[in-house]
Ligand binder design. Structure first.
Ligand SMILES: *[C@@H]1O[C@H](CO)[C@@H](O)[C@H](O)[C@H]1NC(C)=O
Ligand SMILES: *[C@@H]1O[C@H](CO)[C@@H](O)[C@H](O)[C@H]1NC(C)=O
Ligand SMILES: *[C@@H]1O[C@H](CO)[C@@H](O)[C@H](O)[C@H]1NC(C)=O
Ligand SMILES: *[C@@H]1O[C@H](CO)[C@@H](O)[C@H](O)[C@H]1NC(C)=O
Ligand SMILES: *[C@@H]1O[C@H](CO)[C@@H](O)[C@H](O)[C@H]1NC(C)=O
Length: 753
């Protein structure tokens, strides 16, 4: 017989109200271990009569309901999977919905096994909460969650895929969001793509709703919870269905969601590899080109005291999560007295965290969490709670510094792991300028050290005055030890600088500071960021030509034989096609605030010994042709320049707009400076980078320090060149000076001959 079976709906219409008996609950035991099939396309199809469609109906969509239901229930396209339709509406729309549905039933055919019922949308619920609540009440195993437009805007391929989904325990749908730095709507391609979360329509196993049902305040939050079920904190909350037909994907939905449309040109992953990666418990994000290739996914533990701490650190945490790292976040002494899970909603970034009960120490929590974190970031104030608890690198940041951490979002996981390796010493050289020294010491005390321990060495000349000596005696330093050295026979600046610091290991770094220098509160952040990038992480021991890091940006070229001239590196970077904001490498050593590296500093000592002993050639010998430093006397820099030239060494320089620097020089009368005019001061002093400045440390191309190979290189007179050429010039000068075959201390004279 011709079964015009809309009667089922009509029957249900009479008893539609969802009573809260929730008989689905007992199913929850069925879903425990997740078993991700190798690909959605070769996954087995879902069984017949197992799919529920959840459709919200609003005042605006109600008049169109017949049209909306048509492609879902139409006998030809309706799948045999379809078991029931749940219409979800606000109380004030319910009478209208019942009446409309009654009429519709008489107009269109429903496949005969399809039930249709109405669920009420609680006034206080968001759409996602209302739909997920309704979904939980369904008796089907698979859910197709729609928005108020149903499947209307989709091509028939997409409609068919959604109504006949494969049996994969992952949300699948045509609209996905990728929470990258800026939220982006994903553009469908020929293959499956991973999304941070999906927005309706999408299909998912009902089993997932039991675990995330209470946390569906938005589809973003829902996606986060889906992803945590899928695989312990991956940032993949669903898969974007491939677009099979060649038509341009419709992105208008994206505007509706107030998301900027960004077509992510991801290298299409095959669904095979995508699932393999899941199986390996790593969490690549959608577009693999966002993850720096030297930043393999890693696990981070983040444990602070209050939600306020986490908020300060959130930019860094979100960036870690965006790059595919797994974060486990906990708060230890929350003022809120509540324990359990919650999340910090910084849409599109969601940070889920646990609040620990008073009985549970951070160490215990770390041990309890799945998978071992390789880096644990915590408050310096909480460090004691971690004694001997973990083989992770523990990074303890004082609360005061948390708000100055945004630069850390550029660090790779390997750089984080190496956080505690470099040891920096501040070496101050002073004599009789107490006001200058006071300014330098105040700027040192005022800077952020992010919980690191740094020793200070103060080197007092024989002729130091009483005021200077007293000031040094009264120096309070909370971040390490203070060592004071006082000379008994006048040594001069060359000796004072050369002897002010000496490395004790290859991880020991000296910041040389003459007393007319002043530092930015962020100077150490710059040092830490650049050291970790170019000396540690994936660059360990890869760049032996680098001898230091400058804090200062020069406004003048000093070394040209024709005299000093103004210097604006942007012009040079422009000619070589480098980004104008790129830091660069230069052979010129900086003496107005810079870090020197252990290998070259040791070599410098040997070089000075060789030079002053005149064992290889006379003291008056010109080593570097045509540079002004040849006329300098008693200058340590003159000799350092020689070493740098012979070896082809380079120093990293910052290049922030308007010469904004991490140190400046006040050009005070002293060994170098005889007259101090305003004009002259302006030639040398530069603005210091301040906290909350428009210019921050990530004012860099792509907001991260460039790859080594992309750094522009300048020679001593400011002409662009290459590292290879510098070595070549040095070598030929080396042998021309007859240095080959000579040995002086550990100064290896053979290596370049
Ligand atoms: C993110 O969006 C902001 C504001 O829309 C924009 O200024 C910025 O350049 C964007 N950043 C990226 C990485 O796209
Ligand atoms: C210390 O840092 C604060 C914040 O940047 C700044 O306002 C203040 O001027 C600094 N004080 C000194 C002595 O440098
Ligand atoms: C330190 O570096 C020097 C020069 O590169 C090298 O010869 C030496 O072996 C290193 N020392 C250690 C302990 O690694
Ligand atoms: C340096 O040159 C760049 C590019 O020509 C220019 O935009 C910038 O203002 C210059 N900087 C200064 C401080 O003159
Ligand atoms: C820097 O390179 C330019 C161009 O090759 C050259 O003329 C100049 O002598 C070089 N400077 C030094 C100190 O070698």
């Amino acid at each position: 017989m011709s079964f015009k079976a809309y009667f089922l709906c009509c029957i249900l219409l009479l008893c539609v109200f969802w009573s809260d008996k929730n008989d689905g609950e007992s199913d929850s035991s069925l879903i425990a271990p997740l078993d991700i099939p190798s690909t959605p396309s070769n996954a087995s199809p879902t069984a017949e009569n197992t799919l529920a469609v959840i459709l919200p109906v609003t005042t605006t969509s109600l008049p169109n309901l017949r049209h909306i239901l048509q492609p879902i229930v139409h006998p030809e396209s309706a799948s045999t999977r379809l078991r029931e339709i749940l219409l979800v509406a606000q109380d004030y729309d319910l009478p209208g919905l019942r009446a409309t549905l009654f009429i519709i039933m008489s107009q269109i055919q429903f496949a005969r096994h399809v039930h249709c019922s109405i669920r009420s949308w609680k006034y206080s619920h968001t759409e996602s909460q209302a739909l997920v609540q309704a979904a939980i009440s369904s008796s089907a195993e698979w859910l197709l969650i729609l928005d108020e437009h149903g499947l209307l805007t989709f091509d028939s391929d997409t409609q068919i895929s959604l109504l006949n989904p494969p049996a994969v325990l992952v949300p699948l749908g045509p609209r996905g969001i990728h929470s990258s730095r800026n939220t982006s709507c994903l553009r469908r391609s020929k293959s499956y793509q991973q999304a941070s979360y999906l927005i309706p329509p999408f299909v998912m196993p009902k089993s997932m709703t039991f675990q995330v049902g209470q946390q569906a305040r938005s589809w973003g939050v829902f996606g986060i919870h889906c992803s945590s079920i899928l695989n312990q904190g991956t940032s993949v909350g669903g898969l974007l269905l491939p677009q099979l037909t060649g038509t341009e994907p419709d992105m208008s939905w994206c505007m509706m969601n107030e998301q900027p449309v960004v077509g992510i040109s991801s290298t299409p992953m095959t669904s095979q590899s995508l699932f393999e990666e899941w199986a390996d418990d790593i969490s690549p994000l959608v577009s693999s080109n966002i993850i720096p290739s030297d930043d393999p996914p890693d696990r981070f533990g983040i444990i602070f005291s209050t939600i306020g701490d986490l908020e300060w650190f959130a930019p860094v945490a979100c960036s870690l999560s965006e790059r595919g790292h797994t974060l486990q976040i906990a708060l230890y002494e929350s003022s809120s007295f509540s324990t359990g899970s919650d999340y910090l909603d910084l849409s599109p970034c969601m940070l889920s965290y646990e609040t620990l009960s008073t009985g549970e120490s951070p160490s215990k929590w770390l041990a309890r969490t799945k998978g071992q974190a390789s880096v644990v970031i915590t408050l310096a104030e909480m460090t004691d709670l971690f004694e001997g608890s973990s083989r992770a690198s523990i990074i303890s940041i004082p609360r005061r510094d948390l708000q100055r951490t945004s630069w850390m979002s550029s660090l790779t996981s390997q750089e984080w792991r190496d956080w505690n390796v470099p040891q920096v010493t501040l070496s101050v050289i002073t004599k009789d300028r107490p006001q200058s020294l006071a300014r330098l010491l105040a700027s040192i005390t005022n800077a952020s050290y992010y919980g690191d321990q740094l020793d200070i060495r103060v080197n007092l000349e024989q002729s130091s005055d009483l005021a200077t000596m007293t000031m040094v005696q009264n120096l309070h330093w909370n971040h390490g030890r203070v060592f004071v050295h006082h000379r008994v026979i006048h040594g001069g600046l060359l000796t004072a600088v050369a002897e002010s610091w000496f490395p004790h290991s290859n991880d020991s770094y000296g910041v040389l500071l003459e007393d007319d220098v002043e530092l930015s509160p962020l100077f150490y952040a710059w040092i830490k960021m650049t050291l970790l990038r170019y000396r540690y992480g994936s660059n360990r021991e890869k760049h032996p030509q680098m001898f230091g890091i400058s804090l200062y940006q020069p406004k003048n070229l000093e070394l040209d034989i024709t005299g000093r001239r103004p210097f604006n590196v942007s012009h040079i970077l422009h000619t070589v096609g480098a980004p104008l904001s790129s830091p660069y490498l230069s052979q010129t050593p900086c003496s107005w605030g810079a870090v020197y590296f252990p290998e070259q500093w040791r070599e410098f000592h040997d070089y000075l010994t060789m030079r002053f002993s005149e064992s290889a050639f006379e003291l008056a010998q010109v080593v570097v042709p045509n540079v002004r430093s040849n006329q300098w006397t008693r200058s340590w820099k003159k000799y350092f320049i020689e070493l740098v030239y012979l070896r082809g060494y380079v120093m990293l320089y910052p290049n922030f707009p308007e010469y904004v620097s991490l140190s400046t020089n006040h050009l005070e009368v002293g060994s170098h400076v005889k007259v101090r005019s305003k004009e002259k001061r302006e030639m040398f002093s530069v603005p210091l980078m301040k906290l909350g400045d428009e210019v921050d440390l990530l004012n860099l191309p792509d907001r991260s320090l460039p790859k080594w190979s992309l750094l522009p290189v300048l020679n001593l007179t400011g002409v662009p060149t290459t590292l290879g050429k510098l070595v070549e010039f040095g070598m030929s000068r080396y042998s021309a000076l007859g240095l080959c075959g000579k040995q002086e201390g550990t100064l290896d004279m053979h290596s370049f001959c």
